[in-house]
Design a protein around this ligand. Structure first.
Ligand code: UDP
Length: 137
């Protein structure tokens, strides 16, 4: 069993497709171990995406991630990290395989509907960034 962090980003929350996205996870063997809807501050977003701070898109990304509410989840299941990445599809929705969350719901390479941890090590860090142990069931 693995746990991974998933974020339904502001574009998808604004589109009212939270339930449709969660259905992709539940229908593919992932269960929600923790969930909350919050609005990040720009500082929260900057801390969360710190690894990208030198990238040209960093400032826009932090503005976008704090532009509206997000839904943050801990997903649990066998190979949860890789399974979530597979369900999400490529970063750029134009390159995402048909039937993936980003192919179906993303707007652009920036407003791309979902975040998912890219390794087990990062999943642990990202989960600890957003959730206290007692919130993960
Ligand atoms: N991003 C962007 N422009 C780019 C690449 C990435 O705005 O050229 C944003 C996008 O929202 C992406 C996030 O930065 O999801 C993190 O990028 P990463 O390469 O880690 O992609 P991911 O792991 O989310 O697929």
């Amino acid at each position: 069993m693995e746990q991974t962090l998933s974020i339904i980003k502001p574009d998808a929350v604004a589109k009212n497709v939270i339930g449709k996205i969660i259905d992709r996870f539940e229908s593919n063997g992932l269960r929600i171990a923790a969930m909350k809807k919050i609005k990040l501050t720009k500082e929260d977003a900057a801390k969360f995406y710190e690894v990208h701070k030198e990238r040209p898109f960093f400032n826009d990304l932090c503005e976008y991630m704090s532009s509206g509410p997000v839904v943050i989840m801990v997903l649990e299941g066998e190979n949860a990290v890789a399974k979530n990445r597979e369900l999400m599809g490529a970063t750029d929705p134009k390159e995402a395989k048909p039937g993936t969350i980003r192919a179906d719901f993303a707007e652009s390479i920036e407003a791309n509907a979902v975040h998912g941890s890219d390794s087990l090590e990062n999943a642990k860090k990202e989960i600890a960034f957003f959730f206290a142990g007692r919130e993960i069931l």
